[in-house]
Write a protein that binds this ligand. Sequence first.
Ligand SMILES: [Zn+2]
Length: 102
Amino acid sequence: MRREQIFARDDYQCVYCGERFEPDALTLDHVQPKMRGGDRSGGNLVTACGGCNARKGSRRLSQFLPDDPVAREHFFALAAKHVWPRILRTVAEEMEKLPRPD
Ligand SMILES: [Zn+2]
């Protein structure tokens, strides 16, 4: 899918902070990274604002979301509408495997 189609599908709303932005402030984010076999289909792409994308940096979602409860809440609420369940399950499973601070 094209960027503009993804932004429109997500109603120009960032899946991490939940705010709406003009298209030129938005970026596409892969839920499953390309290097781990994620593709460029609509079921693997979400809309993220530039600020959230920069905060996430090169971390994987399963590393970023546990550090950011607001992003975590928005992601699972908003992305669940369009991201493939198989990919969401993988993210959730990776988060469970991470060592937790006691
Ligand atoms: Zn954002």
